[in-house]
Design a protein around this ligand. Sequence first.
Ligand code: C5P
Length: 220
Amino acid sequence: MTVVALVPAAGQGTRLGLNRPKAFVELRGRALLSWAVDGLFESGAVDEVVVMVPTDMLSDARALVPSARVVVGGAERTDSVRAGLAVAGAHDLVLVHDAARPLTPPAMIGRVVQALRAGASAVIPVLPVADTVKQVDADGAVVATVDRARLRAVQTPQGFTTEALRAAYEAAPNELATDDAGLVERAGGTVLTVPGDPLAMKITTAFDLRVAQALAQEQS
Ligand code: C5P
C-alpha cells in the first residue's frame, strides 16, 4: 500500500502576527513547512508529499521543499486539501498534515499509518484534555461543563483510505471543517484514535512559536 501526504500550508497565519504566511515562518532558521515535510519523509511511511501554498509563495515553497510537489491552495483549509487531492497520484492511503506542526515525531506519523494498514479507514492522533472545558453563551456566561474524561484534543497527521477521504469531500462539496476527520464523521464513517504527542503541537500564536523554539533547541 502506498501513501501520499497532503500538507496544507496556504494559511496566512494572521494570529501569529508576523509579516509572512505561517508555514514560511522560521524555527531555528528553517521554515515550518520544511520541518513538516522532512518529518513526513523521515517517518519512512510516506511515498509522495503534496504541499498547498498561497499563490505568491509557489516559487519560495518549491525551493524550500524540492522533494515535494507544490501547488496553490485555497481560501479555506478544506479548499487547500481539495487542491492537493486533485493532483495527488494514485495511492491507497492519504495523510493530511498541517505545515504548522513542525516538531511532529516521525514515530507518531508511523502510528497513524500502521493503524490504517491494520484496516482502519480513518485515524486521528489525539491527546487527553488537561484543562476543564466549559461551554459558554455569547456573553461569556457558563452554559455547561463538559465531561473532560471523554474529551480529546486532535492533532495531525490524520490518515484515511484514499477512498474514504475522497468520498467525504465529495459528499460535502461546500462544507468547511477544521479537521478532515470531521467530514468523514459527517459522511457516516468511523474514525479511530491513536495516541498523539505533545511535540505535535500546532503553532498558532507567538507564544506557541516560543515554546517550539525552546523544544527544538532541547532536541538539537
Ligand atoms: O489556521 P490553522 O492553524 O487551523 O491552519 C492549519 C493549517 O492549514 C496550516 O498549516 C495552514 O497553513 C493551513 N491552511 C491552508 N489553507 C487555508 C487555511 C489554512 O492550507 N486557506
